[in-house]
Design a protein around this ligand. Structure first.
Ligand code: SAH
Ligand code: DHB
Ligand code: MG
Length: 244
């Protein structure tokens, strides 16, 4: 199987399962015009993130790695009234493009972009009592993935979902001899999960317009004592009902 057919299938899914979306088209156009790298999730992957967020009823979402806000828009659109998304981005230019794209999408009241190194922003979030988050999407500099995941866990509620992009890297993930810092970072991350308590994870290989790569999905187990969890899980009940 060759790469063009992966792209044909992505195009086929997009044409039948994704509605025309002028706001997302404008986001990609503005990002390209600003010379941002075209490394955002694919449309089908963006919709997967959206569906996951909807399926778990995510009210608080954290993203690490904003770029032009493409995945941010997909995720933020899944939020209910009053829901919030915080996205962390190193590059002020990326953040500026993203803010414009997010405002065009009408999502600026729900989305906050924090500029800086994620490894600095994450402890600040914890210190500020941000979260606990229901869903975290980790998609920034790959060598730091393990550290971002550990922060994501600390900032997540039991039952949260953590999604990590770009774990497979054309299959290099399975190459123990790889000297690529991105691959080594992902191997270190995956191997750290082998002994991690309180998370249940799986890796899903993907092909498509972004080539051969993959996601890792981790569920933060409920009912497992979690060191570092700063707040209990939010208790959500239908309006008008009381706990007994
Ligand atoms: N999630 C985006 C793509 C993100 S690309 C989407 O799918 O639409 C990765 C982003 O991470 C880039 O914008 C890059 O500037 C940012 N990044 C790189 N190193 C970072 C760091 N140390 N802290 C925060 N963001 C970082
Ligand atoms: C790169 C980063 C990504 O997040 C991605 O999805 C694809 C490529 C990169 O830095 O090359
Ligand atoms: Mg990515």
């Amino acid at each position: 199987m060759t790469e063009p057919s992966w792209e044909h299938v992505d195009a086929y899914f997009e044409s039948h399962l994704l509605l025309p979306d002028p706001v997302l088209d404008a986001c990609l156009r503005a990002s390209a015009e600003a010379h941002l790298p075209s490394i955002q999730v694919s449309p089908s992957q963006g919709k997967l993130l959206h569906l996951l967020a909807r399926a778990i009823g995510a009210c608080r979402i954290l993203e690490v790695g904003t770029l032009g806000g493409y995945s941010t828009i997909w995720l933020a659109r899944a939020l209910p009234e009053g829901g919030r998304l915080i996205s962390l981005e190193l590059d002020p230019k990326h953040a500026e493009v993203a803010r414009t794209n997010i405002a065009r999408a009408g999502l600026d009241a729900r989305v906050e972009i924090r500029v800086g190194r994620a490894i600095d922003s994450l402890p600040k979030l914890a210190a500020q009592g941000a979260g606990p988050f229901d869903l975290v999407f980790v998609d920034a500099d790959k060598p730091s993935t393990r550290a971002y995941f550990e922060w994501a866990r600390r900032l997540s509620r039991p039952g949260a979902l953590i999604v990590v992009d770009n774990v497979v890297r054309k299959g290099e993930l399975a190459n123990a001899a790889s000297t690529d810092a991105n691959v080594r970072g992902m191997r270190e991350f995956v191997e750290s999960l082998a002994s991690a308590k309180g998370v249940s994870a799986t890796g899903i290989q993907t092909v498509g317009t972004k080539g051969y790569d993959g996601f890792l999905l981790a569920w933060v187990e409920e009912g497992v004592g979690q060191a570092g969890a700063s707040q209990p899980a939010p208790t959500k009940r239908p309006a008008g009902r009381r706990a007994r």
